[in-house]
Design a protein around this ligand. Structure first.
Ligand code: FAD
Length: 324
């Protein structure tokens, strides 16, 4: 029997987020012969992004486009999503493990009385069904989980699964009417965006991060210059945020953002366990610290013992020449 796999795609600044393509790839990974994939796009002014998504291998795109959906609200988005899910009776639903996915997936799971596996970093198939790999204890261990019944609800951590590629086909686009809930307990009055540079931290391929060692707000400038040359995002430790050197939107760690870039460059960060919880899964870690005993060197692939105010400008200069 044909089963339906649903991917809830997500926008940021009107553009599809990279994690949406990774969630689509997650659906393809569990797809069996005859299974169909529906990608759902909820928001306002979605025409061009729906066309874009249609070429990435889903069988159909369901679009709920309404001015009330311009900003995320768990109640309005649930009201947009649930009728589609009830109609298609999904076997599995995939979200990004983003602020939206972390909120909307459990709402969906509760309404459908379904189980959920969160923060998935790898998926493989087995005779007993798909196996989902997720980190435990701030990335110190991993567990493998399987669903014993459906529907399966999964959130995938950004930057871990490969993104879906254009498929050479174009999915049909179905526009679904939106019926607002009769009353709302949550009202979004204003959305305040704190800029963390041009590149989204959770999806960045390279992150240059500063700790208390940068010593001041101005101390972040050399890091921003290095980030600009590398096309990187700028992150921070809580030490730097608490000291007022940068906004909390940049904080990485247990109580900040969890990131998995290709390259993480930690500048003046000691490597406290709470910071490692947010970045230790980075593919390559480079640490710059003037204390050779700093714990960050225990997780670093490359370590530079030195003053970040000397080392970072030198790196910027060399990368500028190399990438010119
Ligand atoms: P420090 O530990 O003070 O380290 C600064 C480093 O800079 C030192 O290693 C020093 O040698 C180096 N340095 C100084 N000057 C220079 C220089 N000129 N050149 C090169 N190196 C230099 N922390 C997080 O980061 N993220 C979290 O999400 C988080 N959540 C937490 C949750 C809880 C419940 C608790 C209790 C703590 C949490 N923390 C978190 C805080 C964490 O324990 C550390 O206090 C924090 O990570 C330290 O930040 P830091 O490494 O920037 O500062």
């Amino acid at each position: 029997m044909s089963r339906m796999l649903v991917v809830v795609a997500e926008l940021r600044g009107g553009k599809l987020r990279q994690v949406s393509y990774e969630a689509l790839q997650a659906a393809k990974t569990v797809q069996e012969d005859g299974d169909r994939i529906t990608a759902v796009l909820i928001g306002s002014g979605l025409e061009s992004e729906a066309q874009e998504l249609a070429s990435y291998g889903a069988d159909e795109i369901q679009v709920v486009d309404h001015a009330d959906l311009a900003s995320y609200n768990p109640e309005t988005y649930a009201a947009a999503l649930l009728p589609i899910l009830k109609a298609v009776q999904p076997h599995a639903i995939f979200f990004g493990h983003t602020a939206l996915g972390r909120d909307l997936a459990p709402v969906t799971a509760a309404r459908l009385q379904a189980g959920q596996i969160s923060d998935v970093v790898a998926i493989h198939r087995s005779d007993a069904g798909p196996v989902f790999n997720r980190p435990l204890y701030a990335g110190k261990a991993f567990e493998e989980k399987r669903f014993t019944g459906g529907p399966m609800i999964v959130t995938v951590r950004p930057n871990n699964l490969p993104p879906a590629e254009p498929s050479g086909t174009t999915a049909g686009i179905i526009r679904t009417a939106y019926s607002p809930p009769s009353s709302l307990r949550t009202v979004i009055r204003e959305v305040v965006r704190q800029m963390t540079g041009q590149v989204d931290l959770t999806e960045a391929k390279i992150i240059v991060s500063g700790g208390r060692g940068v010593k001041s707000r101005e101390g972040f400038q050399p890091l921003e210059q290095l980030a600009a040359v590398l096309g990187a995002a700028v992150g921070a430790s809580r030490g730097a945020c608490d000291a007022g050197y940068c906004e909390y939107a940049r904080q990485i760690g247990q109580t900040g953002k969890v990131v998995t870039p290709e390259i993480y460059i930690a500048c003046g960060i000691s490597g406290a366990i709470q910071h490692l919880a947010g970045m230790s899964q980075s593919r390559i870690i480079v640490a710059i610290n003037k204390d050779a005993e700093a714990p960050i060197f225990q997780v670093a692939d490359y370590g530079i013992v030195g003053d970040l105010f000397e080392v970072v400008p030198l790196l910027t200069e060399e990368f500028r020449k190399a990438l010119a």
